[in-house]
Design a protein around this ligand. Structure first.
Ligand code: PLP
Length: 451
C-alpha cells in the first residue's frame, strides 16, 4: 500500500548492508517494540530474533533492570563528556569495573560510541605511540581476510571484505593476511594443525616483507563474526602470538561480539586461551541498550600511552559522548546482569543444545558445514557437499532462507552463503526449539526450490 510503513521505509531510507533486490521483493520490516527475545512489527506480528538484534541485545528487548538503570541515571545526570579531566562518577566506576573483569592486572579505558570508533581509536593510539616513541614509520595495521572491524574509513580498511573496494578502500598500509577457516581454506591433504602452522608462517613472511619496523599492530576477532561465524583453526592464537611477540607487534582482540559471555567465558580470548595487549569492546557492553564502545588497554600499552601523553601533555582524542553517564550506568548494570544474574551461565547451559541443533540441520545435503562457539553459530549452504561448491551468487540462497524465516516469524541473518544464529543469552529451551524448527522448515523449502 502506498502509505504503508513499509513503503515509507522504502521511500526515505538509504538502506545499509541490505540486499536490495531481496528487500524490494519482500519489503522492509518495521518494528515497534520487543519482549524477551521477540520483536513485534507494526502489524503486531511477532518475530523471534535469533540474532539478538545485531549480536548485541543479549538480555532481550525489555530487561527491566536495564531499563530501570537507564531511567535512574537520566533522572540523576542525563549527560556529560569525558574531556578536560572531567567525567561522571558512573564513568569512573565503569572503567574500574572493565579493568577488573579484563584479563589485565592493570589498565586504562577509553570510551567511544561504537565498535568502529573503538577500533579507530586503538589505531590512533598505536600511531600516537609510534610518533611519541620516535618510530613514526610504525603505522601499518595487519588484520585478516573476512574480518569485520567496522565501517569508518580506518575500521573499514581493517575489515577484510571485498565490498570495501566499492569505497576505494582499504587505505594504504592496511594489510590482510589469511583467514583461519580450515574447512574452506585448508588445502587437499593438509591437517588442521598444519593449516594453522602455514597461516603463522604466512603472517611472519608478510611481516618480514612489509618490514617489521613498519607494523603498528595486529587485530583479530577471537571468533570472526560478520565473516560468517568462523572460530579459529586449532591452536591458531598459540601459533600467531609468538610470531607477533618476536617482532614486538601488539595483538589487539576485537571482542565487540565475543566480549561479555558470548563464547561461554567473559572474553573470547579466554575461550581461546591467550592474553592480548588490548581489548576492543562494544555491543554487549551495554546489552545493546546504549551505543558505546571501549578500548581497554593492558598494563604495558597503558603505561606506554600514558608516558607518551605525559610527554606531549595530552592525548588529543575523544568524542562528545565518550563515557556518557547513562551509557556507563547501563553498562555497569549490563555487566552485572550478564555475569551475576545467570545469563553467562545460560550461555554455557544452552551451548550443547545449540550445537546439537546446528549439527542436526547440517545433516541436510545442502549444508556443507556447521560451526560455532558458545551461542554464536552458522550453517553454510552449498550446492555440492562433497566438493564444497557454493550456490551461484545470483540465487541469493541465504537471503531466501532468511526471508522465508522472516515470513514464519524468525529473524536470522544471511552472511555470504551462511545463515548465522546469535541468540540472546536469555533464550529458553522452548524458544531454541522454535528457532531450529522454523529454520529447519525454511531450509527445506528453499533448498527444494533451488535444487
Ligand atoms: N568489530 C566487530 C567484531 C564487529 O562485529 C562490529 C560490528 O558488528 C564492529 C567492530 C563495529 O561495531 P559498530 O557497528 O558498533 O561500529
Amino acid at each position: 500500500a502506498p502509505n504503508s510503513w513499509e513503503s515509507r521505509a522504502d521511500a526515505f531510507s538509504l538502506y545499509g548492508f541490505t540486499d536490495l533486490p531481496s528487500v524490494h521483493r519482500r519489503g522492509a520490516v518495521v518494528l515497534t517494540h520487543g519482549t524477551g527475545p521477540y520483536v513485534y512489527d507494526v502489524h503486531g506480528r511477532a518475530y523471534l530474533d535469533a540474532n539478538s538484534g545485531l549480536w548485541n541485545m543479549v538480555a532481550g528487548f525489555d530487561h527491566p533492570g536495564l531499563i530501570e538503570a537507564a531511567k535512574a541515571q537520566y533522572d540523576r545526570f542525563p549527560g556529560y563528556h569525558a574531556f578536560f579531566g572531567r567525567m561522571s562518577d558512573q564513568t569512573v566506576m565503569l572503567s574500574e569495573k572493565l579493568v577488573e573483569v579484563s584479563p589485565f592486572d592493570r589498565g586504562r579505558v577509553f570510551y567511544t560510541n561504537s565498535g568502529s570508533e573503538a577500533n579507530d581509536t586503538m589505531v590512533k593510539i598505536l600511531w600516537f605511540l609510534g610518533a611519541a616513541e620516535g618510530h613514526p614509520e610504525r603505522r601499518k595495521i595487519i588484520t585478516r581476510v573476512n574480518s569485520y572491524h567496522g565501517v569508518t574509513a580506518v575500521s573499514a580498511s581493517m575489515t577484510g571484505k571485498p565490498y570495501n573496494s566499492l569505497f576505494g578502500l582499504p587505505l594504504p598500509g592496511f594489510i590482510h593476511v589469511g583467514c583461519p577457516h580450515y574447512w574452506r581454506f585448508g588445502q587437499e591433504g593438509e591437517s588442521e594443525a598444519a593449516f594453522t602452522q602455514r597461516l603463522a608462517r604466512e603472517l611472519e613472511a608478510t611481516i618480514i616483507k612489509e618490514g617489521p619496523e613498519t607494523i603498528a599492530g595486529f587485530f583479530a576477532e577471537p571468533v570472526m563474526g560478520a565473516g560468517g561465524v568462523i572460530p579459529p583453526s586449532e591452536g591458531y592464537f598459540q601459533a600467531i602470538q609468538p610470531v607477533l611477540k618476536r617482532y614486538g607487534i601488539p595483538l589487539i582482540a576485537d571482542e565487540v561480539i565475543c566480549g561479555f559471555g558470548r563464547t561461554g567465558n567473559t572474553w573470547g580470548c579466554q575461550t581461546y586461551d591467550f592474553v592480548p595487549d588490548a581489548i576492543i569492546s562494544s555491543k554487549n557492553i551495554t546489552a545493546g541498550f546504549f551505543p558505546m564502545g571501549a578500548v581497554i588497554l593492558g598494563a604495558e600499552l597503558s603505561d606506554r600511552v600514558q608516558a607518551a601523553a605525559e610527554a606531549v601533555e595530552e592525548f588529543p582524542h575523544g568524542f562528545t559522548a565518550s563515557g556518557h553517564p547513562v551509557g556507563c550506568a547501563i553498562a555497569l548494570k549490563a555487566i552485572d546482569v550478564v555475569m551475576n544474574e545467570g545469563l553467562a551461565e545460560n550461555v554455557k547451559r544452552l551451548t550443547p543444545k545449540f550445537e546439537a541443533g546446528l549439527a542436526h540441520l547440517a545433516e541436510h545435503p545442502n549444508i556443507g558445514e556447521w560451526r560455532g562457539k558458545g551461542l554464536m553459530g552458522a550453517l553454510e549452504a552449498v550446492k555440492d557437499k562433497a566438493t564444497k561448491t557454493p550456490f551461484p551468487g545470483d540465487l541469493s540462497v541465504s537471503e531466501r532462507i532468511a526471508n522465508t524465516c522472516t515470513d514464519h516469524g524468525l529473524i536470522c541473518r544471511p552472511l555470504g552463503q551462511s545463515i548465522v544464529l546469535c541468540p540472546p543469552f536469555i533464550m529458553t529451551e522452548a524458544q531454541m526449539d522454535e528457532m531450529f524448527d522454523k529454520l529447519g522448515a525454511a531450509l527445506k523449502q528453499v533448498f527444494a526450490e533451488v535444487a
